[in-house]
Structure formats: C-alpha cells, structure tokens
Design a protein around this ligand. Structure first.
Ligand SMILES: C[S@@+](CC[C@H](N)C(=O)[O-])C[C@H]1O[C@@H](n2cnc3c(N)ncnc32)[C@H](O)[C@@H]1O
Length: 307
C-alpha cells in the first residue's frame, strides 16, 4: 500500500490524483471551506488571535480546501498545505506548501480524508488463527503468516476478528501517525475527518480501490487509490494529553452554521436561486449516505474545543 500510493510512480505522486479519481468535501462545495474557516476563526479567537496563528492542511491533495481558506482568511493567518504530492498550480501564493508538517505551530491542524490513506495491513481469521493477507500487482491474494504480537494485541483491543473468513485492517499505523501529527501542534485544535470503521458492521474489512470516480478492486499497482475506513476509537485513545471531542459531520456542520433547510422565497428570484444552490451544497455535505457519514475527531491543546 505504501509503495502503490507513495512510491515511485505511486498513485498520489501523480499530480491532481484526488480530484480526478474521487469526490471529497473540498471538491463538493465552497461551503466546506466556509465551515472550516468558521471553525478556525473560533480557535483563533479562543487563542487570543496570536500573530503566528497557523492553519495546516495535512494531506492537502489538490489544495482545494487551503485555496478556499486563502480566499476567506485574515491576512494575519499563515496557511500551510502539506502533501507528498507537488504543489498544485492553482494554490494562492500566500499558501506555503510542504511535504512535511511544521515542527511546531499554534492554530489548527486539519486532516480531511488523510488517515484513510495511511497504509494498513489486512488480516483474516482462519481455522488456524489470524493470518496476514498478501496481494500481488494483479490482485491475486494469498494468506501469509500471523501478524506480529503487537498487531495481534491491537486487534484484540480494537477490532476483534471473530469468525473464519472475517477480515480487519490493523489501524496501529493510523494511531501512530495521528499521535505524531497532533504532537507537532503546540497549541490549538487538531481535526481529523474521515469515514469511520465499525468492526461489528465491517466484518469483511473496508479496504477499497477507487479510480476515475469508480470503485475498483484494491490492487496495489499504483493505478488506483487504496483506502480503508478509520478506527477512530483507537486514534482518539492514542493522543492522551489533550481534550477530545467526537461528533458526526452533520452535527459538526450544524454547529458551524451550515444549514440544509429550504430557504424562504422573498420575491427576489436570483437571491432565491443562490440560496437554493447553497442548500443543495449543504445537503450533499450532510447526506447520511455520503459525506455526511463522516466522523470528526477533535483534540484541543491549551484551548477549549470549538464544537
Ligand atoms: C484522499 S486524499 C485527500 C485530499 C484532500 N484532503 C481532500 O479532502 O480533498 C489524501 C492525501 O493525503 C496525502 N498524504 C498521504 N500521506 C501523507 C503524508 N504522510 N504526508 C503528506 N501527505 C500525505 C496524499 O498524497 C493525498 O493527496
């Protein structure tokens, strides 16, 4: 998964990969950047509007969110897009682009659909215990050895695999990645937004491939995205020294003032059409069967959680 996504010729090393192959909240609507700007504004105010207030978008992809924030944010805010992919041409000059997180910063750390592409191993329960699943470039699978003891303990704690044939993804890589990312933030709020794994539901695992807007077999040949839902319980527990909040995207967006309620017609057709279009965009972000199914995990350090 690591090589197929981030190695030479990897899926994400090609520029423009996210927007070309799947639709995220940042592609769906400008309301997304507006809602995130509102969140950042609350954190900025709570921190006392520090001179070095910084918004870091980890896994910034095509830069749509950070570019949207560049249009909305006060000049004082520093904006940083972090991605292994090259800086997109469309990103405003005021945005710094980097392949790694800054060493320390005060502000907001955003990680939208980042944890789901942090590589994981897959295990399957057999009559002979848990076995790692190996897959070749053509998608052919075979069962390999047992997972290392640490991973076995992680599975026992967070994603027990009960029946022969059941599968799970070992999320300890995400726990470590999230803990390290939040550790870079001196003061402020870190937010991870992603599809959540539910072990009792996801007994076949969640690993999936996406290419050109379609779901495809998850073959690690560099031609498609490889993604697996995030086990938020373990990620939340991995960060111990800060306050934590969990909520679903519908509640998070409602708290940030995003409404999908039908607007009232006040005799101005153009204004009404505009309001209707915003309602449609809000409805897509809150759709229970789509982006609205996302989970938000917040960690607040040195400041009250904004939601
Ligand atoms: C699924 S895309 C999401 C893009 C964007 N956040 C959005 O919502 O449209 C995930 C992005 O995370 C980036 N990424 C994955 N691991 C990374 C890492 N360790 N450091 C920086 N970027 C990473 C990938 O290159 C990819 O652009």
């Amino acid at each position: 998964m690591q090589d197929a996504l981030y190695g030479p010729g990897g899926f994400y090393v090609a520029s423009g990969a996210p927007a070309r192959n799947f639709r995220t909240a940042a592609h769906a609507s400008p309301l997304w950047a507006e809602a995130i700007a509102e969140l950042c504004d609350r954190v900025d105010t709570a921190l006392g509007c520090p001179d070095d207030f910084t918004v870091v978008d980890l896994g910034a992809g095509g830069g749509e969110l950070i570019a949207g924030l560049a249009r909305l944010a006060p000049e004082r805010w520093q904006l940083v897009g972090v991605d292994l992919a090259a800086r997109p041409d469309s990103v405003d000059d005021r945005v710094t682009w980097a392949a790694r997180l800054p060493d320390g910063f005060t502000g907001v750390l955003l990680a939208v659909e980042w944890l789901d592409v942090v590589p994981v191993d897959v295990v399957e329960r057999t009559g002979d215990g848990l076995r790692l699943v190996e897959v070749d470039d053509a998608g052919a699978e075979r069962l390999a050895g047992q997972p290392p003891p640490d991973d076995g303990r992680w599975l026992d704690a967070w994603w027990p695999v009960a029946e022969p044939g059941d599968r799970a993804e070992i999320g300890s890589t995400r726990d470590d990645a999230w803990q390290a990312a939040v550790g870079r933030m001196d003061r402020g709020v870190a937010v991870a937004v992603d599809y959540a794994a539910v072990p009792a539901r996801d007994v076949a695992g969640t690993l999936a491939g996406f290419r050109d807007g379609r779901q495809v077999p998850p073959v690690p040949d560099g031609s498609c995205d490889l993604t697996a839902h995030v086990l938020f319980d373990s990620c939340a527990a991995a960060v111990t020294d800060v306050e934590c909040r969990r909520l679903n995207q519908r509640d998070a967006l409602a708290a940030l003032g995003v409404s999908a309620a039908r607007p009232a017609y006040d005799g101005e057709p153009l204004a009404y059409l505009h309001a209707l279009s915003r309602t449609g965009a809000a409805a897509e972000l809150k759709d229970r069967g789509g982006l609205g199914a996302f989970e938000w995990l917040l960690h607040a350090r040195g400041v009250a959680p904004p939601l």
